[in-house]
Write a protein that binds this ligand. Structure first.
Ligand code: BYC
Length: 483
């Protein structure tokens, strides 16, 4: 079957890339498949591999009807290879090759660069599944459990997407990289995942929701930039991944939103006015808003690190070569080559944080990070609307970009959430006011008792407004296998 909008299910690996006619790649992927299943069984969701889960599976790339919902056991999920439709006469839209025909093969001079970007992207996908593997056991409802597993199987599919590119376009080293993606492990001392945030723990469901809000949103920004690539198969792959990614951010935003809603409701019912009266709020079996702020501070700062250094020659080279663009590149009004343009970058100068103009070309990461921060802000404003509606006097904020950073201009600087530069002692004294402490973690862990009865929710989270696939409130999203 040639490349098409419909997905071919006749091969073991559903696809719309004509795998049947590409025996070399089909064989390579079939050889990789058992290792993947082995990884999924040992590192995927712990304890639910035989349960029926109400999942969506991509069956087409038609934006109007691309998925179907049904009960599936996760190891039997049809992880497929789906590329968005080829655009007629697509061009490279930026950099030194601007205006040339988009590449259907990897240009020799950009091979190493492209391979690196694809491997980094691929590495994050299984990493997040590993980070979240223990969460099923403490799911606050069957609805949430199903959403977790949906996110997990789709991250698995995103790994397949990158592995397809490696196997098809990068020969022997592509095969080796594909193996490596199954070997590294999140948080492992000897063979960690490649990027910082993907080696952190996701200890509880509030972290999971914050992660899918903040870190999956980095995913969105990076995929948007890679979707601009002059290497057309990468662009098409990322465009389809973005369709799935939207749900992951929905899970994060509504998850935090529902936790906020429940906390505010409980405070109103108990007549608690002071959102900072942590002890009183915690007694209600909900998560106090200041602790949610600390979790947001943590996940936001870890996610900012994923943009790399503000000033980066790597990023400049990616752009000039046409392999990775900016967010919504084609909608930006400039020359798309940035030979003379400048861009304001926040920097530490003589102990204070200032904006300094840098060549826009080397400030590509900073620009993407700014776009990301704006996108995050909108979500935080939506959370604040939830609080406002209940009349509780508290607002969540994003911390300053210099707060708690490990990469770039502010790495290892001590800065408060307001952006004041602090001495080591002042930081040590106050950091537990800004980042989750062990006691906060213990408190949240104590709330993470499973709630798996149909239509019921744990004490700390409100039910969703509508079900998945419009299912009623008591729908059995996961048939938990209690054998
Ligand atoms: N941790 O010039 P620099 C997602 C390394 S999330 C560790 O500052 P550059 C998802 C960097 O690799 C999206 N190392 O940065 C979300 C470089 O090393 P080498 C994932 C880091 O290269 C949720 C050196 O520092 N996709 O999809 O301009 C669930 C100097 O780098 C980090 C991508 O990231 C870090 N945080 O940009 C599931 C897109 N940051 O080369 C999935 C592909 C930097 O000197 N990746 N380094 O050895 C990229 O575009 C770039 O690699 C980065 C870094 C934006 C990450």
């Amino acid at each position: 079957m040639p490349e098409t909008t419909n997905v071919d299910y006749s091969t073991k690996i559903p696809n719309n890339v004509g795998l049947m006619d590409d025996q070399r790649v089909l064989r390579a992927l079939e050889q990789w498949h058992p290792g993947y299943i082995d990884w999924w069984m040992t590192m995927g969701p712990e304890g639910f591999q035989t349960s029926d889960v109400y999942l969506r599976t991509a069956i087409s790339i038609d934006p109007k009807g691309w998925a179907k919902f049904d009960y599936v056991k996760m190891p039997e999920y049809r992880w497929g290879i789906l590329l968005a439709p080829r655009q007629e006469d697509r061009r490279v839209n930026f950099g030194m090759h601007k205006g040339e025909k988009a590449w259907q093969e990897v240009p020799g001079e950009y091979r190493a660069m492209l391979r690196r970007l694809i491997v980094v992207q691929g590495d994050t996908e299984p990493a997040s599944v590993e980070q979240q593997r223990h969460l099923g056991k403490t799911a606050p409802s069957l609805y949430d459990m199903r959403n977790l597993f949906q996110v997990n199987v789709e991250e698995g599919r995103h790994l397949w997407a990158m592995v397809y590119l490696l196997q098809k376009y990068f020969g022997k080293d592509g095969r080796e990289e594909a193996e490596g993606l199954l070997q590294r492990r999140s948080g492992d001392q000897d063979k960690p995942r490649m990027l910082g945030a993907f080696n952190e723990q996701t200890p509880d469901w509030l972290s999971f929701f914050m992660f899918t809000f903040f870190t999956d949103r980095d995913g969105k920004m990076q995929l948007e930039s890679l979707a601009q690539s002059g290497f057309d198969p990468l662009s098409r792959t990322c465009r389809f991944m973005l369709t799935e990614e939207a749900h992951h951010m929905f899970v994060g935003e509504t998850g935090v939103g529902r936790a906020i809603e429940r906390t505010c409701q409980a405070m109103r019912e108990a007549g608690i006015e002071d959102a900072n009266d942590i002890e009183a709020v915690r007694k209600l079996g909900v998560i106090d808003l200041p602790t949610m702020q600390k979790k947001a501070n943590l996940h936001f700062s870890l996610s900012l690190d994923l943009f790399g250094s503000e000033v980066s020659t790597n990023a400049a080279n990616y752009f000039t070569s046409g392999v990775k663009g900016r967010f919504q590149e084609t909608r930006i009004e400039d020359d798309h080559q940035l030979t003379k343009a400048v861009y304001p970058v926040s920097k530490l100068i003589d102990g204070t944080i200032k904006m300094v103009d840098e060549p826009a070309l080397t400030a590509i990461n900073m620009r993407l990070r700014d776009d990301y921060v704006n996108d995050c802000l909108k979500g935080v404003q939506r959370w604040n609307k939830v609080i406002e509606k209940t009349g509780v006097n508290f607002r969540l904020k994003l911390p300053h970009v210099a707060f708690h950073r490990g990469i770039g201009e502010f790495a290892n600087l001590h800065a408060s959430p307001a952006g004041e530069v602090l001495s080591e002692q002042a930081w040590a004294r106050q950091k537990e006011q800004w980042l989750p402490s062990k006691a906060d973690g213990d408190f949240i862990a104590g709330l993470m008792t499973p709630c798996w009865k149909r239509g019921e929710f744990a004490s700390w989270i409100a039910p969703p407004r509508i079900g998945i696939d419009n299912k009623p409130g008591d729908f059995e999203y996961v048939k938990v296998d209690r054998a």
